[in-house]
Design a protein around this ligand. Structure first.
Ligand code: GLN
Length: 451
């Protein structure tokens, strides 16, 4: 049924870069056979899923939305891919994304943009716009995204779906093509909080193949999603995430969500996190710095594209020609920014300063979580914007992640879930819930209470 749905609507939405119909049908049949044998099956056995094209899939194309990896079929599965297969999940295909996960609109994909299913002239958010659009247009009930600065939560907000960035280290990064290794985190996308919890449980947990993977029990997110209560919980409203630049309809729906939390028995406290104002500039030094180093592996020798290998060019020229042809404008911008920020003489002034700001943001969270159990805010300052509107204005594009970036810098857990439609455009608004590291279950408890 989902393959038929993809056939019917994806020409319009363009959520998928690659549909693996044969692989999906084989996986579905394997679950049927297991059921016929009387095997014990997990809750997600036979459930279809759309996988962001940044996770390696053995023998199935993995492009990261880049020309650089066009036609590359990885020889191994990411740990997330492996765990999905082990759970009996049916992987339908790979979803569109901003190139190497750099962007907030999916317009930076080398394979063309994805449309927002609510209005295909609008962006679905990014970088995981394909995953969010796939579930919003009923082309999959579940999807996987990655969140470096907001790429799971911001697309969830813009498409009226649920997206979770787990605690950093909660989900293995093995086989997740690296953008910014100290920020990248895979996580679940779904249409309900309980669906997201079931997917979270399937992919989370310690992995010896990822040195930053947390070796501790996974918080019981499924039980939390089933309980869904906020009575007696202290909920902090982040003072800095409101005001100028925020759409009126977003603020109105957010205010109603806070009111609902109060009615359900939560204690509402206003919390100031003064250093959050500097999160965006710090992120745009740290993420490009790490990216400039991570993307050095695309050297025309090991993977994908190779340009100019004709006996006329030196190895260095082949590298240079390949990187010129293989990377898009935003990726090049970040490589240059990161290389500059890390260069000797500037390192302390830029990268070093940004790391200090990162510490101050982590301290703001620590102080906040000394007073409250969770924090809430709008997920994004605005609803979905028109395709093309911010394409030539990186600063305007970067603002889409204003509210999501602090949690990546500090490594704690956060969720976005729908909280109604904005009056002025009828488009979805996202409510962000933020919890301390390793308290991912609180997101699900609060999310299930208000959804
Ligand atoms: N939009 C942010 C960026 O462009 C975040 C991307 C992400 O989370 N992968 O870097």
């Amino acid at each position: 049924a989902h393959l038929d749905r993809i056939e019917a609507v994806d020409a319009k939405v363009h959520a998928y870069l690659h549909v693996d119909a044969d692989g999906a049908l084989a996986a579905a049949r394997a679950v049927d056979d297991a059921r016929a044998r009387g095997d014990r099956l997990g809750p997600l056995a036979g459930v279809p899923l759309a996988l962001k094209d940044v996770f390696t899939t053995k023998g199935v194309p993995t492009t990261c939305g880049s020309r650089m990896l066009e036609g590359w079929r990885p020889p191994y599965d990411a740990t997330v891919t492996r765990r999905l297969k082990d759970a009996g999940v049916v992987i339908l295909g790979k979803t569109n994304m901003d190139e190497f996960a750099m962007g907030s609109s999916t317009e930076n994909s080398a394979y063309g943009p994805t449309g927002n299913p609510w209005d295909t002239t609008k962006v679905p958010g990014g970088s995981g716009g394909g995953s969010a659009a796939a579930i919003a247009s009923f082309q999959a009930p579940l999807a996987i995204g990655t969140d470096t600065g907001g790429s799971i939560r911001q697309p969830a907000a813009l498409t009226g779906t649920v997206g979770v960035k787990p605690t950093y280290g909660g989900v293995s990064r093995y086989g997740l093509v690296a953008f910014s290794s100290s920020l990248d985190q895979g996580g679940p996308c779904a249409r309900t909080v309980l669906d997201a919890a079931l997917l979270h449980e399937a992919i989370a947990g310690h992995d010896p193949l990822d040195s930053t993977s947390i070796d501790a029990p996974v918080p019981n997110v499924v039980e939390a999603a089933r309980s869904g209560s906020v009575r007696g919980l202290r909920v902090g409203v982040v003072k800095e995430f409101a005001g100028e630049g925020y759409q009126a309809g977003v603020l109105a729906r957010f205010a109603e969500a806070v009111e609902l939390l109060r009615e359900l028995g939560a204690e509402i406290v206003e919390i100031s996190c003064p250093n959050f104002t500097y999160a965006m500039p710090a992120y745009y030094l740290i993420a490009p710095s790490e990216a400039s180093s991570n993307l050095a592996r695309f050297d025309a020798m090991r993977y994908g594209l190779r340009v100019g290998d004709d006996g006329e060019h030196s190895a260095e020229e082949v590298m240079s020609l390949t990187r010129e042809a293989g990377f898009g404008a935003e990726v090049k911008r970040r490589i240059m920014l990161g290389t500059y920020a890390l260069s000797s003489g500037y390192y302390d002034a830029y990268y070093g300063q940004a790391q200090k700001v990162r510490t101050l943001i982590t301290r703001d969270f620590e102080a906040a979580f000394g007073q409250v159990d969770v924090l809430v805010s709008p997920t994004t300052p605005t609803t979905a914007f028109p395709i093309g509107e911010r394409a030539d204005d990186p600063m305007a594009m970067y603002l889409a992640d204003l509210c999501t970036i602090p949690s990546n810098l500090a490594g704690n857990a956060a969720m976005s879930l729908p909280c109604g439609l904005a009056d002025e455009d009828g488009l979805p608004v996202g409510l962000q819930i933020i919890a301390p590291a390793m308290a991912d279950d609180r997101l699900y408890r609060v999310g299930a209470a208000v959804e």
